[in-house]
Design a protein around this ligand. Structure first.
Ligand code: HEM
Length: 529
């Protein structure tokens, strides 16, 4: 018998690169382990084999606890610099928006929320729309979704809403009965539900999808004046959605149609584009509105707060390695640059802790050293050292490498100077408490959204609600019909009709303890249906 390794390269393969292990040792035989005799036992010093198999054993990192399935692409953002005659710099000193034509590198990850990392991309689910801007002042992440609003308005409820939406802990199936049990007790979810169970909950693909920052952020100008802002991405390709039947057909043949669509479009040189608009409000609590500007279950009416174009994003490059650039990319709502800031939105504070916390666990404490996460267009100089998988030392130019502390007068790093000053925004006073926002208004915008739908969208929404809520317990069905009657007569009557529940069946239900009804809502309740 001929020894394979002694044969040398097969004909035609002479100029191919030679396989090595990660120590740089050439691999002479990648087909056979080292054994005592051809049939004999394997040896434990078989370094090449043990390295290969033990690395394989660790190929997966924990998938994201939410948004596990996703797809990344790269590109650039080009700023408009102004709105008509008004410079954007009047509102934010963030450099990426300052000049017309200024370009900033971006990475984007589109995702579904609930399924695992190999799950269907045609599932009814919100879609994630997370953008990383590699600015000269460091990275800015805008971590949004395609539906403009969210299910809850306080971060303390996030594990509950996700548990209700994720598979049952025993049957491991997503169960509508559990979802609507939770939602029926969570009136602020109505706006999101009306979106999610309409065709908007099944985007046709990632290229024809909007993206929204959802939470309220702040812009800060050079004088320290702050404004509240919301971000909106509008696709040049228009918005396209699927019906249940379309989605069922797609996922019967392909679980990854949206990734494939994006990847192949970019490979063909068809680069998708989105315009980025910003809505701006003065930084106060806006008592004239019937909702709170810090409530992420609400949109800001576009007639009162006109969306203004601040730039265009183009995606023009695919990932070169799914694990390195998709599994290990890490976004977070705390990742902001000078001129951009948090608002007091109670979801944002919880999100800002949660993202980097999960990433230290999921990717490792040095996740920010990875190329896809590091601020490639800004300088990094820290006194952080060590931790698993550290492979760079963030020395500043001229830094004494012995001095990894601050302050020091022997060549260590110094603090930066504030670009302008460190005080900004309105003064806030209050006592420590646990309270809902005073203006909840859980129903008005859900009703407006329903009435904006075309007939086929309304029909699809009602059919989906009847089918899924019909699988829940009767008291849950009744409470959902009660909520829908508060949202909009047509929606409540049609879903009630489908479930065999009339306004008279639910008229006696009391408001939930988790809601505060306004005068207008109490009136509506008195005349239900
Ligand atoms: C991913 C937490 C609300 C959009 C994640 C992850 C966590 C998380 C732990 C996984 C991150 C990772 O493993 O890298 C939370 C918490 C929330 C919240 C605690 C509420 C308090 C929201 C909202 C939105 C959103 C309101 C939409 C505006 C996303 C997106 C991703 C994500 C797009 C995927 C990021 C990626 O592609 O890597 N969230 N989330 N989340 N979340 Fe949230």
């Amino acid at each position: 018998m001929t020894d394979v390794a002694s044969q040398g390269p097969a004909a035609g393969q002479e100029d191919r690169a030679v396989l090595t292990n990660r120590q740089g040792h050439p691999v002479y035989d990648n087909q056979n382990q080292r054994t005592v005799g051809a049939r004999g036992p394997a040896t434990l010093e078989n370094y090449q084999f043990l390295e290969k198999i033990s690395h394989f054993d660790r190929e997966r990192i924990p998938e994201r606890v939410v948004h596990a399935r996703g797809f990344v692409a790269f590109g650039e953002f080009e700023a408009t610099g102004s709105w008509g005659d008004e410079p954007i710099a009047a509102y934010t000193r963030a450099k990426l928006f300052a000049e017309a034509g200024k370009k900033t590198d971006v990475a984007i990850r589109f995702s579904t929320v609930i399924g695992g990392r190999d799950s269907s991309e045609a599932a009814r689910d919100p879609r994630g729309f997370a953008v990383k801007f590699y600015t000269e002042d460091g990275n800015w992440d805008l971590v949004g979704n395609n539906l403009a609003v969210f299910f809850i308005r306080d971060a303390i409820k996030f594990p509950d809403v996700i548990h209700a939406l994720k598979p049952d802990p025993i049957t491991f199936r997503q169960e509508p009965a559990r979802i609507f049990d939770f939602m029926s007790q969570t009136p602020e979810s109505m706006h999101m539900l009306v979106n999610l169970f309409s065709p908007r909950g099944l985007p046709a693909n990632y290229r024809t999808m909007q993206g929204f920052g959802v939470n309220t952020y702040k812009w800060v100008n050079a004088e320290g004046v702050t404004h509240l802002v919301k971000y909106h991405f509008q696709p040049h390709a228009g918005v396209k959605s699927l019906t249940e039947a379309d989605a069922a057909n797609i996922q019967a043949g392909d679980l990854g149609h949206a990734s494939k669509d994006l990847y192949t479009a970019i490979e063909r040189g068809e680069f998708p584009k989105w315009d980025l608009y910003v809505q701006v409000m003065s930084d106060d609590d806006h008592p004239e509105l019937d909702f709170d500007p810090l409530d992420d279950t609400k949109v800001w009416p576009e007639n009162d707060f006109e969306p203004k174009l601040v730039g265009t994003m183009t995606l023009n490059r695919n990932v070169t390695d799914h694990h390195n650039e998709n599994e290990q990319i890490a976004f977070g709502t705390g990742v902001l640059v000078d001129g951009l800031d948090f608002s007091d939105d109670k979801m944002l504070v919880g999100r800002t802790f949660s993202y980097s916390d999960t990433q230290r666990y999921r990717v490792g404490p040095n996740y920010l050293q990875l190329p896809v996460n590091s601020p490639k267009n800004a300088r990094v100089a820290t006194n952080q050292r060590g931790g698993q998988m550290s492979f760079t030392t963030d020395l500043g130019e001229g830094q004494n490498p012995h001095v990894n502390y601050e302050p020091s007068i022997t060549g260590g790093l110094r603090e930066a100077q504030y670009p302008t000053h460190d005080d900004q925004g309105p003064e806030i006073t209050g006592r420590l408490t646990r309270k809902r926002l005073p203006r909840t208004d859980d129903y008005t915008q859900a009703g407006q959204r329903f009435q904006l739908m075309e007939d086929w969208e309304k029909d699809d929404l009602v059919a989906n609600f009847v089918d899924l809520i019909g699988q829940a317990a009767r008291p849950v069905q009744e409470r959902m019909v009660w909520h829908f009657l508060m949202v909009d007569d047509e929606l409540g009557l049609r879903v009630g009709d489908g479930l065999g529940i009339s306004p008279d069946d639910v008229r006696m239900l009391e408001p939930l303890q988790t809601q505060t009804l306004s005068e207008a809502e109490l009136d509506r309740l008195a005349n239900l249906g």
